[in-house]
Design a protein around this ligand. Structure first.
Ligand SMILES: Nc1ncnc2c1ncn2[C@@H]1O[C@H](COP(=O)(O)OP(=O)(O)O)[C@@H](O)[C@H]1O
Ligand SMILES: [Mg+2]
Length: 403
């Protein structure tokens, strides 16, 4: 506790200082109000014992100025020394912010008691401040949490709406897509017959010759367009699929190998695959087909991200987290040496229809479907950047518990 004594009379100051020093208090002195104010700016003063009657600035004005200060650190307890006892005067002092009075002539005993009361008030005030800070910190945390929760709710609501919409669109487009697909195959067969017949005829018509030449590429165009529509529909359907996974006991390494086989085409040219499989890994509880779909999505994305790299790498690591019963999970880590994920991608990667790929190449459904699948398995999937570039996906799945 630091006490500031303000008095224009040196003898009075000396008396108070000596008495309080003897009681082991830390003392600072000021000979007038201005000096007192500048000490308050530079030092952490807890209690002020000030004389009332002083030239230039009296104790009451000093007190008013102290109370009017902004950004003061902590409460300053003000004790006014006075020989007045008129009720009116004392009231005026209290109104100016005085906390207590010391009547002249001062006795050491009363001085000591008054200072102790001041210390008690200061301590209470500090404690209150501390609690206040704690409460406001807590309130901030709660607000952040509430915001996050609201965002999640909006997100899952949007996902649900999109799911219903996607299912509806897929259903509507499915029929016309099916007959485009079916008819173009028949059309191609018919065309081949026509072409054969025409080859026996000598064609002088330039236009007809041109049509005959162009026909195959037109048919191919329709076929690949229709195929693409079908692929998108498949994505939409599995995004919207409501059916829950059918859990069985399965070997995660087998699923990974199957998925790699499916992606062989996109991975084989420039990418070295390294498998770091844990020996005797416990089996997972999963729907193998759905998990395979997740891995295929991740592998294909990795292949896309490493498309323009002459020597890419794809590392697949598996481990078992057995720290706690509740943590009894299989971990699959997939790392590539591709472009990595920028801020925007990190924020949106799990959102349906988020894609950075050119129109016609990305549907933006792969990661959001994968997220849904892993969640319905009671697991988790996260994406991050590797320290040295490239992306890392971490999948956690529950192990199959033998009852
Ligand atoms: N391994 C990866 N490296 C870099 N970016 C990735 C990777 N995986 C996913 N992404 C980013 O996430 C986006 C969304 O992926 P996805 O949902 O599979 O949709 P799509 O592949 O159709 O774009 C991609 O467009 C890409 O920007
Ligand atoms: Mg993808």
């Amino acid at each position: 506790m630091k006490i500031l004594i303000v008095d224009d009379n040196q003898m009075e100051r000396l008396f108070l200082t000596t008495a309080l020093k003897r009681l082991n208090y830390d003392i600072v002195e000021a000979a007038n109000g201005n000096e007192a104010l500048s000490i308050l700016e530079s030092q952490n003063i807890n209690i002020i014992i000030s004389d009332w009657m002083m030239p230039e600035m009296d104790g009451i004005e000093l007190c008013q100025r102290i109370r009017a200060r902004k950004n003061s650190n902590g409460y300053v307890y003000v004790i006014m020394v006075t020989s007045r006892s008129e009720e009116e005067d004392l009231m005026r002092g209290f109104e100016a912010g005085v906390d207590a009075y010391l009547q002249k002539p001062i006795t050491i005993k009363i001085l000591n008691v008054q200072v102790k009361v001041g210390i008690r008030i200061i301590n209470l005030e500090q404690q209150l401040n501390y609690e206040k800070q704690k409460v406001s910190r807590f309130a901030n945390e709660m607000e952040t949490l509430a915001n996050q929760r609201a965002e999640q709710l909006v997100h899952s609501d949007r996902m649900a709406t999109l799911g219903v919409m996607a299912a509806g669109i897929a259903h509507e487009i499915n029929n016309p897509a099916t007959f485009i697909n079916g008819n173009i195959q028949t059309f191609e067969k018919f065309w081949n017959i026509i072409k054969d017949r025409l080859s026996n005829v000598n064609i002088a018509d330039q236009k007809l010759a041109f049509i005959i030449k162009e026909m195959p590429s037109l048919i191919d165009g329709i076929k690949s367009g229709a195929g693409r529509i079908q692929r998108i529909l498949k994505g939409l359907k599995s995004y919207a699929r409501q059916d829950s996974p059918e859990f069985i006991q399965y070997d995660i390494h087998r699923i990974i190998d199957d998925a790699l086989l499916l992606c062989n085409n996109s991975l084989k040219y420039n990418i070295t695959i390294t498998k770091n499989f844990m020996k005797d890994i416990p089996s997972v509880k999963c729907d193998p087909q759905q998990i395979e779909q997740v891995l295929v999505n991740i592998f294909n994305n990795a292949a896309d991200a490493m498309e323009n790299i002459s020597k890419g790498s794809l590392n697949i690591t598996t481990t078992h987290d057995s720290r706690l019963d509740s943590n009894n999970q299989i971990i699959v880590i997939i790392e590539d040496s591709g472009l990595g994920l920028n801020k925007e991608t990190l924020r949106n990667i799990w959102n349906p229809f988020f894609t950075t790929k050119p129109v016609g190449k990305g549907t933006g459904l792969g990661m959001s479907i994968s997220h849904g699948i892993i969640k319905s398995h009671g697991g988790s999937i996260t994406a991050e950047n590797k320290e040295k570039g490239g992306a890392r996906f971490i999948i956690r799945l529950p192990t199959y518990e033998v009852a």
